[in-house]
Ligand binder design. Structure first.
Ligand code: FAD
Ligand code: MLT
Ligand code: ZN
Length: 468
């Protein structure tokens, strides 16, 4: 290891091989996993990433790629052996080019998502990936996790926003797939192997991203309703009125909103009394604020007239729209303050969400008196964060010991609905073992064959995504 460290210092410079004060790199955002890195390596560009990976391969050093370290599954956290190197991508933060006529942006992996959104806006374009961690997550991490976020309804997942990639393979070769093409049928589309691979097949160093027309008209509202079934009806109704202009539809249980108000006391009470479910909606258009407002208003009046919603608050300024979004975006952090919760990130067909919720909630309440489900998420995509906070009186360690039982209650129902046990955040080290429970053995076997073909030494993010 000393020889490896000396070589990598010679390559990157002493200042970029960290062996002390590594806490920020050793623990995940939730504080659920803590490892012990051999070192944190901070290459400056693709050539340095490639040379670093070659050195690691020669010395048999395992690599844990790390972007903004906002992942929810411990994917970017090394194990406790002290033998794995964290490869931090933050210095690869250059914009390689923007082509507004081709509607593409070519950037390095360490660019922070919010910076890219701002850059697109400065060119009167939209880069639509948007999520609560956008101020610190990096585009490389977004691609490695195939992040979803709050505009999937209209623009798709990260996978749908990537046209090209540059990847350093586990042997240190640079695979250049940086094409800015919307059509290209020349064999297997290799970039899709790396999107969502959570650093297990190679290091993403750059990407060509899709841009869209900037939305100059926006409408945002928060609605109160009684059931997830009504939320589903509302989704259909809003889409009927607004078509593709409807961009976000986020469901929140009353417990989620109450938790935000508890830990962010400045959060306004939007309705006179609590309602069991609430929904945050957004519509956008390239132009025509008046026409968008009229469509939005007509849809909401229709929903009120049909009794689909009880009440609604419509933002009348950008500041109000931000305040409404803050209620939704602060749920994750409020849950952090609240302490132990068993987190699920599931998807079922959109039409099955109400049935799924109505089936699981009584099972949880029957198993644990006083349990506090905090259910929220991207109903428009059938993806819910079905988090189960500990019942009053339970200690955090005791509640964590219930993880397997709580998971079985929730995920067995997900499986019956033909759903996914991890719809957004990936598997990391938190959910890798669930592959064996909920994926067909042949599917897992094909994944193992791909991993073996690309990373025969098993040095790329070991034991993440695929169980040992
Ligand atoms: P990291 O956490 O650093 O890494 C994540 C994984 O990707 C790890 O396995 C890591 O090894 C790998 N990786 C990172 N960079 C690279 C690279 N360049 N090459 C290869 N592998 C790499 N996620 C959603 O999908 N939707 C949401 O709505 C959402 N909301 C969130 C809200 C909050 C408040 C927080 C804290 C997180 C949220 N997340 C959400 C989860 C997280 O932000 C995303 O998973 C994000 O894409 C991770 O990016 P990152 O740069 O922080 O990656
Ligand atoms: C969200 O949608 O807020 C996230 O994916 C983060 C979370 O699950 O807490
Ligand atoms: Zn989410």
């Amino acid at each position: 290891m000393n020889e490896f460290l000396a070589n990598v210092r010679a390559l990157l410079g002493d200042a970029h091989v960290l062996t002390a004060d590594l806490a920020a790199y050793a623990t995940d955002w939730r504080g659920k996993f803590t490892g012990q890195p051999l070192a944190v390596l901070r290459p400056a560009d693709t050539a340095q990433v490639a040379a670093t990976v070659k050195l690691c391969a020669a010395h048999g050093v395992a690599i844990v790629p790390q972007g903004g370290n906002t992942g929810m599954c411990g994917g970017a956290t090394p194990d406790g052996s002290g033998t794995q190197a964290v490869l931090s991508l933050g210095r690869l933060n250059r914009v390689r080019g923007i082509d507004p006529l081709n509607n593409t942006l070519t950037v390095e992996a360490g660019c922070v998502l919010r910076t890219l959104q701002a850059l697109a806006a400065a060119h009167d374009r939209l880069f639509p990936l948007s999520l609560g961690a956008e101020g610190s997550c990096q585009i490389g991490g977004n691609i490695a996790t195939n992040a979803g976020g709050v505009q999937v309804l209209r623009y798709g997942n990260t996978r749908d926003l990537v046209l090209g990639l540059e990847v350093v393979l586990p042997d240190g070769q640079v695979l250049n797939l940086l094409r800015a093409l919307r059509k290209d049928n020349t064999g297997y589309d290799l970039k899709h192997l790396f999107i969502g691979s959570e650093g297990t097949l190679g290091i993403i160093t750059a990407a060509v991203l899709k841009l869209f027309p900037a939305p100059h008209a926006n409408a945002v509202a928060f609605a109160a309703l009684q059931t997830p079934q009504q939320a589903l009806q509302l989704l259909g109704l809003m889409r009927g009125h607004l078509g593709d202009r409807f961009t976000a539809f986020e469901l929140m249980s009353q417990a989620s909103v109450a938790m935000v108000r508890e830990y962010f006391p400045a959060t306004p009470a939007l309705f006179a009394a609590p309602h069991p479910w609430q929904v945050l909606m957004q519509a956008s258009d390239a132009a025509g604020q008046e026409a968008l407002d009229a469509g939005f208003q007509a849809a909401l009046e229709d929903a009120l007239a049909q009794g689909v919603i009880d009440d609604v608050v419509v933002a009348t300024s950008e500041a109000q729209a931000h305040a409404l979004w803050a209620v939704r975006e602060n749920i994750s952090e409020a849950q952090q303050h609240d302490g132990s919760n068993i987190k699920h990130d599931i998807a079922v067909p959109v039409s099955s969400v109400p049935g799924f919720v109505e089936e699981v909630l009584p099972l949880l309440h029957a198993a644990y008196a006083g349990v506090r489900p905090v259910v929220y998420g991207h109903l428009g995509d059938g993806n819910l964060h079905f988090n189960v906070s500990r019942p009053a009186g339970w200690t955090t360690p005791d509640w964590q010991l219930q993880t397997d039982r709580v998971n079985a209650i929730v995920l067995d129902v997900v499986a019956r609905y033909g759903g996914s046990f991890s719809a957004e955040h990936g598997l990391g080290q938190l959910k890798a073992h669930e592959m064996l429970l909920y994926k067909a053995p042949l599917e897992v076997d094909v994944m193992r064959r791909i991993k073996q073909a690309l990373d025969p030494q098993g040095l790329m993010n070991p034991r993440k995504l695929l169980p040992a």
